[in-house]
Design a protein around this ligand. Structure first.
Ligand SMILES: *[C@@H]1O[C@H](CO)[C@@H](O)[C@H](O)[C@H]1NC(C)=O
Ligand SMILES: *[C@@H]1O[C@H](CO)[C@@H](O)[C@H](O)[C@H]1NC(C)=O
Ligand SMILES: *[C@@H]1O[C@H](CO)[C@@H](O)[C@H](O)[C@H]1NC(C)=O
Ligand SMILES: *[C@@H]1O[C@H](CO)[C@@H](O)[C@H](O)[C@H]1NC(C)=O
Length: 238
């Protein structure tokens, strides 16, 4: 699934007041994790004021912008028009993409001729895709119900939750296979998929003795072959 990218443009006036529109601000050293499409401010707090030259790098080889006594000079990079050097030497990146993940370097050349490098890591993640619970198996066995549900999301592991009934804690697996009885069933089974920046879930609803339904009301019952052909002949041949 492709992440949704927000269309954006930067009115010139706003560029002069970037601190008003940017939410993600972080100081040096630790890693910052954000969702793709967001606007990010990379900030290093104690930059010396007496410098000859200052430059932000995407990595050791790619310079993004440099500033001497005059205004900033932007270099050709993957960022094109998506970066701005802000007040206090912050680097604003608009509409971040996964490829923007990197350890950025702020290099400051002091009047003394000494060069100082400071680092800040940015990790950009796409939101997780919408999970969909698949009912692999539902079978009634003498007052008990055997369920096998799957929730496949490429490269991500799922967590399962039941309602307040004595469903075991959280199960970390893409398949939930359980047998329930009237004492320990859960009214709902939820598969949740998360990463550091987003979380989505899907839920199916259980009713005794052995029926599962989506919120839309489509039901799978133990004799589930019966629900596979609910076509009313009258609809096909009116
Ligand atoms: C990012 O900044 C642009 C330009 O100011 C704005 O239009 C857009 O809504 C912002 N996007 C987010 C996700 O905040
Ligand atoms: C900024 O502060 C950090 C931690 O206090 C220090 O290690 C670093 O040398 C300082 N950098 C500058 C340019 O003064
Ligand atoms: C419910 O109880 C039955 C019988 O005691 C047991 O076999 C089953 O594993 C239990 N299921 C859950 C989800 O706890
Ligand atoms: C599932 O997602 C909804 C919002 O989409 C949220 O309100 C709910 O708490 C989530 N459920 C679980 C079990 O994480």
């Amino acid at each position: 699934m492709r992440p949704q990218r927000q269309k954006w443009f930067i009115p010139l006036g706003l560029l002069l007041l970037p601190h008003l529109l940017l939410a993600n601000i972080q100081d040096a050293s630790d890693e910052m994790t954000v969702i793709s499409g967001s606007n990010v401010t990379l900030k290093i707090s104690n930059v010396t004021h007496n410098y000859k030259q200052l430059a932000w790098f995407y990595n050791d080889n790619q310079k993004i912008v440099e500033q001497e006594s005059k205004g900033p000079k932007y270099f050709k990079s993957q960022f094109k028009d998506r970066v701005r050097l802000g007040l206090d030497h912050t680097l604003f990146i608009y509409n971040v993409r996964k490829e923007d993940s990197s350890t950025y370097i702020l290099k400051v050349l002091k009047e003394s001729g000494k060069e100082i490098s400071q680092y800040i890591s940015l990790k950009v993640l796409d939101p997780v895709p919408e999970p969909v619970i698949k009912i692999e198996k539902i079978q009634e066995e003498s007052n008990r119900c055997h369920l096998k549900l799957s929730c496949e999301i490429e490269g991500l592991s799922a967590s399962w939750y039941g309602d307040s009934r004595p469903f075991p804690k959280e199960i970390h697996s893409n398949v939930l296979e359980i047998t329930v009885n009237p004492q320990n069933y859960s009214k709902s089974y939820t598969c949740q998929v998360s990463n550091a920046v987003s979380s989505k879930n899907d839920t199916v609803y259980f009713t005794l003795p052995c029926t599962l339904a989506r919120s839309t009301g489509v039901a799978w019952i133990a004799t589930w072959l019966a629900v596979m052909a609910p076509i009313v002949p009258g609809l096909l041949w009116p």
